[in-house]
Write a protein that binds this ligand. Structure first.
Ligand SMILES: O=C(O)c1ccccc1N[C@@H]1O[C@H](COP(=O)(O)O)[C@@H](O)[C@H]1O
Length: 207
């Protein structure tokens, strides 16, 4: 079977991280503007982006920001995609020129129903957590994806949550997402790890 899964590496914050991705060329990279140890300011992100390879698409990760705030950051950083991780509804999502990925926190079979209320460019499946909206490093039960309705299966699914070089092949085979999104799984002591990122990209592109 041939899958053509794309890969996003999220949570870049250092100049070294940009050097790594320029060498490894994932399809997407993400800057976290949500409260997190990975959070960057728009000024930091703009400076990092200045030396980013132009072939790599830039995703901004937001969490219940105001529309105005997102618009300013998207413009300053020339973001290609806006990823919303909070309680943003469809009225909120339709207010932007950029492509929108909305995250859905998967807990049980019912968690997929909310996807039907949205018409966005990407449907990001992440793990439900009581207190965290993302970046947990925890995978959800991929078996639950059997509850994705046919309608939802045809959508652009981005799989996130606890992915790493060891489990990504199984995840792709089970869910067949358009994109896999990784943050914690390619870090060591809170920083992006070149060897883990390299291994991750090799594994994804070999499936
Ligand atoms: O990365 C974060 O710190 C973060 C904070 C708040 C919302 C989203 C966040 N990141 C996104 O979380 C998922 C899964 O990350 P992980 O691989 O499990 O660490 C991914 O979509 C990140 O973009």
């Amino acid at each position: 079977m041939v899958y053509v899964t794309k890969i996003k590496i999220c949570g870049l914050k250092r100049a070294a991280d940009i050097t790594y991705v320029n060498l490894l060329k994932p399809d997407y990279i993400g800057f976290v503007f949500a409260p997190s140890g990975r959070r960057v300011t728009k000024e930091d992100a703009k400076e990092l982006i200045a030396s980013l390879d132009k072939s790599i698409k830039k995703v901004g990760v937001f969490l219940n920001h105001s529309v105005e705030e997102v618009k300013v950051i998207a413009k300053v950083c020339s973001l290609d995609i806006l990823q919303f991780h909070g309680d943003e509804d469809m009225d909120y999502c339709r207010q932007f020129q950029q492509n929108v990925w909305k995250s859905f926190r998967i807990k049980d079979a019912n968690s997929f129903k909310e996807m039907e209320d949205y018409q966005v460019n990407g449907y990001l499946l992440d793990t439900y957590h009581k207190t965290q909206y993302g970046g947990t490093g925890e995978a959800f039960d991929w078996g639950l994806s059997s509850h994705l309705t046919r309608l939802n299966r045809d959508k652009c699914v981005i799989l996130a949550g606890g992915l790493n070089p060891e489990n990504v092949k199984e995840a792709i085979e089970q869910i067949q997402p358009a994109v896999v999104d990784v943050s914690s799984g390619v870090e060591t002591h809170g920083y992006k790890d070149f060897e883990k990122m390299k291994k991750m990209i090799e594994r994804v592109r070999k499936v």
